[in-house]
Write a protein that binds this ligand. Structure first.
Ligand code: ADP
Ligand code: ZN
Length: 215
């Protein structure tokens, strides 16, 4: 059983690793980015508010995020652990999370910080494309679809996420440096943070994560 947080700059592959970790340790994968994107797609009031910030690469206001996550952590499937992906992202969110866990008498087991070279991550993200229908990921240079703009798997439209344009990606990095990087020092003090390099294939990165977590 693990209570985990995944931390890292945009494009470091948190989502990819999160899916693998959640599967291996049989814990729910809670991605605030995914929750917001789902709300945007469904046009909910939360989605409408979140979209304004997301499209610019800004963070959604803390107030809207914290309650969403703590409500999710109250669900029965989080009793035996959870993996938070993309939360906390500010020191305020981390403090709120700590308060929540303290009241419940539980604590985080590990914070996994995946880091990478900014220029490499930028290149990765600006070239990133995704199928609108099935979500399959592509990359214009490294993994283009066989036919431009068309998904190999389902024939759906391959497009660029509004927050993957160069301008927005550069802003997301600045936001990460200003608002999320301070969390590394915050968790360093609690002595339960591990650092993983995002260079290498997803399988290599996953191997280093499980070697630290064990079993
Ligand atoms: P990435 O880590 O690649 O930037 P995510 O999918 O985690 O992408 O997040 C996408 C966007 O959703 C963020 O740029 C931000 O606007 C919003 N978001 C996600 N998680 C949070 C959070 N914990 N606090 C504030 N905004 C968030
Ligand atoms: Zn598809």
């Amino acid at each position: 059983m693990f209570r985990l947080v995944l931390l890292g700059p945009p494009g470091a592959g948190k989502g990819t690793q999160a899916v693998k970790i959640a599967e291996k340790y049989q814990i729910p994968h809670i991605s605030t980015g995914d929750i917001f994107r789902k709300n945007v797609k469904e046009g909910t009031p939360l989605g409408k508010k979140a979209k304004e910030y997301m499209d610019k690469g800004e963070l959604v206001p803390d107030k809207l995020v914290v309650e969403l996550v703590t409500d999710r952590l109250d669900a029965a499937d989080c009793k035996n652990g959870f993996l938070l992906d993309g939360f906390p992202r500010t020191v305020f969110q981390a403090e709120k999370l700590d308060q929540y866990l303290e009241v419940k008498g539980i604590a985080l087991d590990k914070v996994i910080d995946i880091s990478g070279d900014e220029e490499v991550l930028l290149e990765r993200m600006i070239g990133r494309r995704v199928c609108r229908a099935c979500g399959a990921p592509y990359h214009i240079k490294n993994m283009p679809p066989k036919e431009e703009g068309i998904c190999d798997i389902c024939g759906g439209e391959v497009y660029q996420r509004a927050d993957d344009t160069e301008e927005t990606v550069r802003n997301r990095f600045q936001v990460y440096q200003k608002q999320t990087m301070p969390l590394i020092a915050y968790y360093e003090k609690l002595a339960n943070i591990i650092h993983i390099q995002s260079a290498g294939s997803p399988d290599t990165v996953f191997a280093s994560i499980i070697s630290v977590l064990g079993v």
